[in-house]
Design a protein around this ligand. Structure first.
Ligand code: HBI
Ligand code: FE
Length: 289
């Protein structure tokens, strides 16, 4: 029986100035490898027919599988051959400027710890399953890989302009909770959805949330919630469309939204391309049960 270990045994790991640590892959216990396998098998099943095709194809190309917790260095060797990205182990959330610098240099900081059994279904902090199952596959898609580097560079500028909160909303409603239109219908690309069995179904199939066409200015004015399913999901037509928003000068977008009132997470705004007007029934029942 696994000793009741502290939630995150990497919390006090020695770290480099860029907050990276040693993954110490050989220290994962059999229980931790088994937990990865159970998380992987369940999520692989529930994302079938729901994850975007780019993510499903990348999982095969990267040989992600239920064969224990991945070794980030070896996985990075495969990823780097495709888009030049590497995965660097970190203990937990790192300061924004460190995070943006990694992204701007095609390094994705991934938590080295795996969630405790007690938080098998849901945890707020990004553990290795959220980061590798949720975020890493799309880094193998050349256009999304370019978007993530551009996002990192945009984040560094946003910090200098004091506009970080706008860019955090862009990250949240795309990288973490984004949907994409495919020929067969809506599909998921946001890591926060892809790594959550419940939200994978809720985001696509529940009547409760709004589903709205992606509009960067509208999105930057929209509040979000961090401890429950989203009340609104934004839908892009393609990763090229997402990348284009980064090549536009964000400065003008910030100027346009500055001083404009925020939208609540559940609101429909004038001019929205409404793909589904949510009933908000889930939240009227009190949210996370
Ligand atoms: N650090 N390790 C890690 N992972 C994240 O996803 C992360 C972070 N630091 C900051 C952050 N995300 C968000 O605030 C971004 O919007 C910057
Ligand atoms: Fe994440």
């Amino acid at each position: 029986m696994e000793l009741i270990s502290p939630k995150n045994r990497y919390h006090d790991a020695p770290r480099a100035p860029d907050f990276t640590i040693d993954q110490a892959w050989e220290t994962y216990s059999a229980e931790e490898h088994d937990r990865w396998d159970r998380l992987f098998r369940r999520q692989k099943e529930v994302t079938r027919g729901r994850a975007c095709s780019a993510a499903l194809e990348a999982m095969e190309a990267l040989e992600l599988s239920p064969s224990g917790i991945p070794h980030m260095g070896r996985l990075s060797d495969r990823l780097e051959k495709i888009t030049g990205w590497r995965i660097v182990p970190v203990a937990e959330l790192v300061p924004d400027e460190i995070f943006f610098d990694h992204l701007a240099n095609r390094r994705f900081p991934a938590g080295a710890f795996i969630r405790p059994e007690a938080e098998f279904d849901y945890l707020q902090e990004p553990d290795i399953f959220h980061d590798i199952f949720g975020h890493v596959p799309l880094l193998a898609n050349p256009v999304f890989a370019d978007f993530m580097e551009a996002y990192g560079k945009g984040g560094q500028r946003a910090m200098r302009l004091g506009q970080l909160h706008n860019l955090a909303r862009l990250y949240w409603y795309t990288v973490e909770f984004g949907l994409i239109r495919e020929a067969e219908g809506l599909r998921i690309y946001g890591a926060g959805i892809l790594s959550s069995p419940q939200e994978t179904v809720f985001a696509l199939e529940d009547d409760s949330p709004n589903r709205i066409g992606f509009d960067v200015q509208r999105l930057m004015r929209t509040k979000y919630i961090i401890d429950d399913f989203q009340q609104t999901y934004f839908v892009v037509d393609s990763f090229e469309a997402l990348l284009d928003t980064c090549y536009k000068d964000f400065g003008s977008v910030y100027a346009d939204v500055k001083g404009e009132p925020d939208y609540e997470a559940h609101e429909i705004a004038p001019g929205d391309e409404v793909l589904h007007r949510g009933t908000h029934a889930y939240f009227d029942l009190g949210g996370r049960r």
